[in-house]
Write a protein that binds this ligand. Structure first.
Ligand code: NAD
Length: 358
């Protein structure tokens, strides 16, 4: 069928690595960049995304267009659709799964708690069930989150720090994902690597995130709410540029060992890893706004407030030495440089760049 042809051609491997990767959440922010990078180096890539309306679908469609123009196919479907996902594994023998599909955002959980359980827990389990029975069993790299550190106040955050105090339902489902993954690794010998991303930003970013909302409202002359402090001092984030995150994702994929399967071999042999992927230099939200003011050449109307208990934690700060040792992860983009690239993209995408008169 036409469908199978497109799936197969998109998954065609052109590199020596021999990787064929299923990317879930491929029309998402991180998924778009990771898919493009994998395709660019010659790996076979098939995208899967349900195009939900958590944020502007036009932006997801634009990312899809961008990828499809370079020959990457993004199938519209849900990770909970067992029939569809099983069929994909029959048509393509994926060597790897890059699982990025999720219900993201911490505040939206107050409005729609079930969407978090649906995508981040049920959907993940559905995917793992299919991977465990797939032949060959793919190695899986998936997105966890820095939010698992919750109320932890010991900085920088190391992978061995406590993660038993989530501050949001989003964090709770991401933490559950890590425990579910561990169980699948232990019982079925699936190779699993979790990546705890720290506040990722950049071109094609997510419109629900603070840096994006600030840019939009500063340009419109609208007031912005800046949560400067909380119970424990300044509110800050370890903002990490998308290209650095992509390098980390590829590093994790490249060093992922094969799944061992549960038959014959000693159980628990396969790899289970969890890594922080951050920038290691947190910036206060207040300084983030100042950088944006300079780049946009507009003064923000700041409404300075104290952080309420809305799911946001007060600060994040990654210790990245584990990822550095495992696959040479080393972020190279500071916030100023990265935001400049974001702003350029934003102005271009929304047609705001000043046209020359000639
Ligand atoms: P995103 O929302 O842009 O991308 C997620 C994509 O998954 C979306 O396109 C969405 O349509 C799709 N999706 C959601 N539920 C699905 C389902 N049930 N079936 C199929 N597709 C589904 O978010 P992002 O910023 O690109 O995040 C990617 C991953 O990284 C997520 O797992 C997120 O939780 C995690 N993460 C992101 C950040 C960040 O700062 N961006 C930080 C920590 C963790």
């Amino acid at each position: 069928s036409e469908w199978e042809k497109r799936v197969k051609s998109s998954s065609k491997i052109r590199s020596k690595s021999g990787f064929s990767v299923l990317v879930t959440g491929a029309a998402g922010f991180v998924g778009t960049h990771v898919s493009a990078a994998l395709h660019h180096r010659g790996d076979g890539v098939l995208g899967l995304d349900n195009f939900n309306d958590y944020y502007d679908i036009t932006l997801k469609r634009a990312r899809q267009d961008l990828l499809q123009k370079s020959g990457i196919y993004i199938l519209e479907g849900d990770i909970n659709d067992a029939v569809l996902v099983k069929k994909l594994f029959e048509v393509v023998h994926f060597t790897h799964v890059m699982h990025l599909a999720a219900q993201a955002g911490v505040r939206y959980a107050m409005k729609n708690p079930k969407s978090y359980v649906h995508s981040n827990i049920d959907g993940f389990v559905n995917l793992l069930e299919i991977c465990k029975s797939a032949e060959p069993q793919p190695a899986i790299v998936w997105a966890s989150s820095s939010s698992v550190y919750g109320l932890n106040t010991k900085v920088p955050f190391s992978e061995t720090d406590r993660t038993d105090q989530p501050a949001s339902l989003y964090a709770a489902t991401k933490k559950s994902g890590e425990e579910i993954a561990h169980a699948y690794n232990h019982i079925y010998g699936l190779s699993l690597t979790g990546l705890r991303f720290f506040t990722v930003y950049g071109p094609w970013g997510r419109p629900d995130m603070a840096y994006f909302l600030f840019t939009k409202n500063i340009l419109k002359g609208k007031a912005i709410r800046v949560y400067e402090s909380g119970d424990h001092g300044t509110v800050s984030r370890d903002f990490t540029y998308i290209d650095d995150i992509v390098k980390g994702c590829l590093g994790a994929l490249d060093t992922a060992e094969k799944s061992t399967g549960s038959s014959g071999k000693k159980k628990g042999d396969a790899q289970f890893r969890v890594f922080n992927l951050g920038n290691t230099s947190p910036v206060s939200v207040s300084d983030l706004v100042s950088i944006l003011e300079k780049l946009l050449k507009v003064k923000a109307k700041r409404r300075v407030m104290k952080l309420p208990r809305n799911g946001d934690v007060q600060f994040t700060h990654a210790n990245i030495s584990l990822a550095q040792r495992a696959f040479g992860y080393k972020p190279t983009t500071d916030l100023q440089t990265g935001l400049k690239k974001f702003v350029r993209w934003y102005e271009g995408y929304y047609g705001l760049r000043k046209k020359s008169h000639h």
